[in-house]
Design a protein. Structure first.
Length: 311
């Protein structure tokens, strides 16, 4: 198979309204660059007719390759499938809702041509992001950089470029079932650069991530990149051991001078607090055990039902 200059990996999940607009904009920008390219659309179990639009696009353009999953495997699996199937000097992963502007593809390739193996696209603002989302994003990156030995680019997105060398490392060495791809590309090494951009409003449809889904995804990302949550039990245990020693000493002193502490409110509060923390730590342990269980089962990262324009 002849290696092309660029593979554009585009994950799709129920983006029927936006797909044709995205494709037109992407083709416009790619044709300006005068390079060899392939567009890899990964349909992640869409139920809104997105696959019909993708097949129509592929019928009219041999440079478009469509991967159709048997069901929804998630955004991370879609990006991984595109990387697995690409054969190019550079790979750009992006979404199809035009919040990752195709107009920046040329600038990303310019960084790649200058020697960057990884180009991080960093959101310095998002036009449809409310105060809560921005605050949550700031807290998330602050936490993950405090808890992990690896530092992530704050506000980095799933819009990035990697070289074929980085892609090969992902294909062969980073195959864990629970992934945080934008984090993994930071810990692989290699030369990096960054481009800041403003994420425009969605042109159609709605975000597939509710606040609760983002919260769950964020905890998974922290767990994947750090063992720090497992140490919470140690730290809280030390804290309450000190608290118990202090309260015990104080109670003994009060008894010794014939001023015993009345009631059991202090004991009840301490016991309730300790039980709450124990269940919290147990939940963290359960999550890590769940990740181990997923790895042991060795189930596939994704299942492809069919492909179009595979070459």
């Amino acid at each position: 198979m002849t290696k092309v200059k660029l593979s554009l990996v585009v994950s799709v999940y129920n983006e029927f309204e936006a797909l044709e607009l995205f494709y037109e904009e992407a083709i416009l920008q790619l044709n300006k660059l005068d390079i060899s390219y392939k567009i890899i659309f990964v349909n992640d179990g869409s139920t809104d007719g997105s696959i019909d639009v993708l097949n129509k696009i592929a019928d009219n353009n041999s440079k478009v390759y469509v991967i159709n999953f048997s069901r929804n495997f998630g955004h991370e699996a879609a990006m991984l499938a595109g990387i697995d199937k690409s054969n190019s000097e550079a790979i750009i992963c992006m979404d199809s809702d035009l919040q990752h502007p195709p107009a920046l593809i040329g600038e990303m390739l310019s960084h790649f041509d200058k020697g960057s193996h990884i180009v991080n696209m960093v959101r310095n603002d998002r036009l449809d992001g409310g105060f809560l989302n921005k605050l949550f994003s700031k807290i998330f990156y602050g936490l993950i950089n405090k808890m992990s030995e690896f530092k992530l680019e704050p506000n980095a997105s799933d819009f990035f470029l990697i070289s074929d060398r980085v892609a090969e490392v992902i294909r062969t060495d980073y195959r864990e079932r629970t992934r945080f791809l934008r984090g993994l590309i930071q810990i692989i090494g290699f030369s990096k650069s960054r481009i800041e951009f403003v994420a425009p409003e969605r042109i159609a449809g709605e975000s597939k991530y509710s606040f609760l889904k983002l919260l769950i995804f964020s905890f998974s990302a922290i767990s994947v990149l750090s063992k720090a949550p497992l140490r919470i039990g140690i730290y809280t245990g030390m804290f309450f051991a000190f608290m118990s020693l202090f309260v015990g000493s104080y109670s003994f002193a009060m008894w010794f001078i014939d001023r015993p502490i009345p009631g059991y409110s202090t004991i009840v509060i301490l016991i309730s607090t300790m039980f709450s923390i124990q269940f919290f730590v147990l939940g963290i342990l359960g999550d890590y055990i769940g990740y181990i269980f997923d790895e042991v089962k060795q189930r596939p990262h994704y299942i492809i039902e069919n492909e179009f324009n595979e070459k």
